[in-house]
Design a protein around this ligand. Structure first.
Ligand code: ADP
Ligand code: MG
Length: 258
């Protein structure tokens, strides 16, 4: 097991004449929570889609566990341990919360289970689903239909669905997008719970600085398709370049020394 789990090497993505990501290199350390922040248009979502395989880079490579996966399609990245990104639309509203997670566990199921008898097989997936629900705090809702969950609950369910596939690395694109602000702390706490378990690497793209400050081990700041700065949250909060170029105007930074 290498210390570095995921690497972007000189990634560039052009759309027609527009350079969305110019030349981005990032190293993600195994077991850490690494956030990518920056204002709208910085190239975060484009970078995210280069990492998860939705986009093919104009230049550069994506390396997962030492293997060049630049040309590996999305579905095969999932089987290499890369958890799907946040897609709330993947929830089946009329199935129970547990069934939703069990189906995900089964769909992305580890082929090591193939030798099991059908009944044991099923039990294994139910167990995995129950564990995932426990981590995100949805155990009390396990037997409710998914559509009764409030928006924040659906986001937790999405996290459980990703966890059920037992990925090594979770890629989350703006997990708090569209949430009422009073629901945000609970979701962040849930991501924090996954982080504290320590067995997952989390890569999170966010525009909201406050969201990532307390939950990240490292933060990469993007600006106009480039990496502007990278460091621990306290370093980023006090980084003069980050502040002077744009963060100070956009965000009220917690822990920032005036
Ligand atoms: N599919 C696309 N086609 C053309 N331009 C795009 C596309 N996706 C993003 N862009 C442009 O690339 C730049 C970076 O966008 P994006 O990666 O979405 O930034 P962010 O997620 O940081 O807001 C923006 O100028 C955006 O308009
Ligand atoms: Mg975006």
């Amino acid at each position: 097991m290498t210390e570095v789990i995921l690497e972007a090497r000189h990634l560039r993505k052009e759309f027609g004449g527009l350079v969305a990501v110019a030349d981005v290199s990032i190293t993600i350390t195994r077991g850490t929570t690494h956030s990518i922040i920056g204002p709208n248009g910085a190239g975060k979502t484009t970078l995210f889609n280069l990492l998860n395989g939705k986009y093919h880079p104009t230049r550069g490579q994506v390396i997962l566990n030492g293997e060049d996966i630049t040309d590996t399609p999305v579905y095969r990245r999932v089987h290499k341990g890369m958890g799907r990104s946040f897609q709330i639309t993947n929830i089946f509203p009329n199935l129970t919360v547990l069934e939703n997670v069990r189906l995900a566990a089964q769909a992305l199921g580890n082929s090591n289970y193939r030798f099991l008898r059908r009944a044991d097989f099923f039990k294994t997936y139910v167990q995995r689903a129950e564990e995932a629900l426990e981590v995100v705090g949805l155990t009390p809702m396990a037997y409710s239909p998914a559509n009764v969950l409030p928006h924040g609950g659906k986001r937790k369910l999405e996290l459980a669905i990703i966890l059920a596939g037992d990925p090594e690395i979770l890629l989350l694109d703006e997990p708090t997008a569209g949430m009422a602000s009073e629901q945000v702390p609970e979701l962040i706490e849930t991501i924090g719970a996954i982080r504290r378990k320590g067995d997952k690497t989390i890569v999170m793209v966010e525009h909201n600085m406050n969201v990532v400050m307390n939950i990240s081990d490292r933060i990469t700041v993007m600006h106009q398709g480039e990496v502007l700065s990278e460091g621990r949250p306290d370093q980023i909060a006090n980084d003069k370049t980050v502040q002077s170029v744009y963060l100070g105007e956009l965000y009220d930074l917690p822990g920032r020394q005036q």
